[in-house]
Design a protein around this ligand. Sequence first.
Ligand code: ZN
Length: 470
Amino acid sequence: MPPLQPLLWAPQAWIDQGHGGQWHTGVVLHVGSDGHWSAIQPGVAVPPADARVLAGPVLPGLVNAHSHAFQRAFAGLAERREGEADDFWSWRDRMYRVALRISPAQLQAVAAELYSELLRGGYTQVCEFHYLQHQPDGSPYADPLALSWALADAAQATGIGLTMLPVLYQRAGFAQATLREDQRRFATTPAAVWHARQALQQARRPLLNAGIAVHSLRAASRKSIAELQRLSEGMDDGPLHIHIAEQTQEVDDCRAANGARPIEWLCREFTLDARWQLVHATHALPSEIEAVARSGAGVVICPSTEGNLGDGFADLPSWLGAGVPMSIGSDSHVTRAWPEELRWLEYGQRLLKRQRNVAAAPVEGHPATASRLFDAALAGGAAAAGFASWGLEVGARADLLVLDPQDSALLGLPPERTLDALVFSSPCDAVREVYVAGRRVVHERRHWQHEALHTGFDSAMQALWAPADA
Ligand code: ZN
């Protein structure tokens, strides 16, 4: 691992002092021996003699709140229509072909390459919604958590923070009692999920924490979700994620089975709180948004994947207006940089509403679209990963991104427009350095293990996509 840097100085840094982030100049950043910020002091014009001087404006890293790492192996390979129609469900059948064959070693290699890409894309923490548990024939590995440890090893090798979310997955649909044959690697029970969470959390590995997840309302019964909630009652240091309303068909099926829409039903049947994270809160009525806002739960939006899969648009202005914590995730990893996710999120709304700067709220003091979305994702991401503090604040982990002001997308712009250009002037390759827990894991736009990760990924992909299967 690169060495810990105890003292840094940034010419500008994005600091939130309670009213949204702002650029501060001349910022001294002290890193404690635990890899968290021990002091942050703006307004220091001359760098201290023993500080490492950062060569550009500094942003906090973001949490990538929703990831299925194995799907990285599939990016670019589902962009041809095989039949008359192609939608989420036909995509899923093809995605299962990867899910059914990937080995622990291949998963580790794919995830390690992905995590280095996510670091380059400005994320310093990733939440793994992990449902791939068993051997290809459906029987457990000798160590039932073999695939979880493959992901943890990949994260450790790259230096990204990881929130593992073992997933409750029990049935193929609202009206089915069991899984489909091609879902045999996913089978879990509430007890197994809780046991996995405890084992991962208690391993006390650096940069690893764990919460739990329910795949979806279609994949787990009310009784099972209640049992998992009971087991996790005292869990105050981990989140609880669920895929909630990605597809209109899922909404229709939920209404047919339960007489209510997914978010409506979840809020009615369970007591939600700030640990709950509703992933793909895509199809929601105003009354459902109000119910989530009252509960304190957050939502996770995955713009590039939702676009790729033709899911539909989340009601972004209503979620933001209701003050619901919001984070972003790259999910299937067709996009691996947060500026592109935020751009897609806003452009979707502009196309839908035929308006500009939809996410901005000048009356509330947030005229800039990019910074409103960034601040929302920064705060919402912390909740999604189960962190009490995050960003450039004392006590939070010492993560940051150093931007290159000489990148052509930023060149010559007033410094206060940096975030606007990072999101809305593309292509932009301005993330030059990335620090996690006080250690520089990306330097001059390259991950410190770039070559080894690349080689491992290449071999895994060659093995996964042998010519007979292409
Ligand atoms: Zn997902």
